[in-house]
Design a binder for this molecule. Structure first.
Ligand SMILES: NC(=O)c1ccc[n+]([C@@H]2O[C@H](COP(=O)([O-])OP(=O)(O)OC[C@H]3O[C@@H](n4cnc5c(N)ncnc54)[C@H](OP(=O)(O)O)[C@@H]3O)[C@@H](O)[C@H]2O)c1
Length: 323
């Protein structure tokens, strides 16, 4: 089969012939129709992640959408979303014509949402959904702030916050294009972060109307510092990424004065059932037109170029390979 193959950690994958995955007990083989390239794919393939250096050669891609080719639990032809542990454990991922995963990592999808649109949402939207609900405990009417709102997690968080009944939803994103994506996702207001914490804190207080209950933060750094200062009493900041850096400063006085919470989140802590239910909810809301991530379809043959675009950190839209 054709696949994007990482030959050496840190190098861009090349599209080449690669052994097709074997069927087997407890495994589902999926014919891939859409698979996104996400930050986690690049992190794993770099060889510098906390998962360690991946065994090479391997096919990257931690998720995808497709149709069951063979399975011990599902009928051939079933439309599915699936997750892989490519780059985190030995084995191949989704950036290929075929992919085999444990049966438990396959979620049948009946919602009427195009494959590429669902692939673009995928684990980014699961993370946004579960940060708001399970980790962040969002309640109806609460004010939500989404940092990095022009990215896939950010757009999904903005849309999900609205779906889940948030009151005001404010977005922070760097470029005009990012802010336009956040507004298209449903944000009530989108502001630029700038690089001055005090100025951003003041802008956040104004934009949130003086009430901020929950922050979804894939960015960290000064934006997270400012967001923590703008939190209301009993406010929560859920961090799920460090796109701007691995360190942020939090004031003890700020946190204890408000009984505020700073929480970490990872998709890897979800049970199979939590991930399945979140993905199903996301797919249903996407089918209803309430959740989307801006994306661009790219042929598998152009995987190397797409990988390099994602490596810039700001591809503009989620790149989805369509084998
Ligand atoms: N914990 C989890 O389970 C989980 C799950 C999914 C993703 N993540 C993490 O969340 C982060 C965002 O993922 P994504 O899929 O949304 O990425 P993406 O679609 O590629 O978008 C890039 C994101 O990073 C932001 N960004 C990039 N460089 C930045 C910088 N120098 N300063 C500030 N912001 C910067 C962008 O902000 P703008 O909007 O301002 O352009 C945008 O939000 C990544 O670190 C990813 O690893 C974590």
């Amino acid at each position: 089969m054709r696949a994007a193959v990482v030959q050496e950690p840190g190098e861009t994958p090349v599209v080449a012939d690669h052994p097709a995955p074997a069927a087997g007990a407890g495994r589902t083989v999926v014919r891939v129709t859409a698979a996104p390239i996400v930050p986690l794919d690049l992190l794993c393939a770099s060889g510098t992640s906390y998962f360690g250096r991946p065994a090479v050669p391997y096919v990257p891609g931690v998720q995808g959408v497709g149709v069951v080719e063979s399975s011990t639990t599902l009928t051939a032809g079933t439309r599915v979303w699936f997750a892989t542990s490519a780059g985190m454990a030995p084995g191949d991922g989704s950036l290929a014509e075929l992919c085999a995963v444990p049966d438990a990592d396959v979620v049948p999808v009946t919602a009427d949402v195009p494959d590429a649109a669902l692939a673009a949402l995928g684990l980014s939207a699961v993370a946004a959904w579960m940060s708001l609900t399970w980790r962040g405990g969002l309640r109806t009417g609460e004010h939500v702030l989404v940092l990095g709102a022009g990215g896939a997690v950010g757009q999904a968080a903005v849309g999900a916050a609205k779906v889940l009944g948030a009151g005001r939803v404010v977005a922070v994103a760097r470029s005009e294009e990012s802010r336009a994506r956040a507004l298209a996702a449903g944000a009530d207001e989108a502001i630029a972060p700038g690089d001055d914490v005090d100025a951003l804190t003041a802008r956040l207080a104004e934009a949130t109307g003086g009430r901020l209950d929950l922050v979804v933060d894939p960015v960290f750094g000064i934006a997270a510092t400012a967001a923590s200062r703008a939190l209301s009493p009993a406010g929560r900041l859920v961090n799920l990424g460090g796109a701007s850096g691995d360190v942020a400063e939090f004031s003890s006085a700020v946190l204890r004065a408000k009984s505020a919470s700073v929480l970490g989140y990872t998709n890897n802590a979800l049970t199979v059932e939590q991930r399945r239910d979140a993905l199903t909810a996301v797919a249903e809301h996407a089918a209803a037109g309430a959740l989307a991530v801006a994306h661009e379809q790219v042929s598998l043959a152009d995987a190397a170029d797409a990988w390099r675009r994602q490596a810039t950190g700001d591809p503009g839209v989620r790149l989805v390979l369509t084998p």
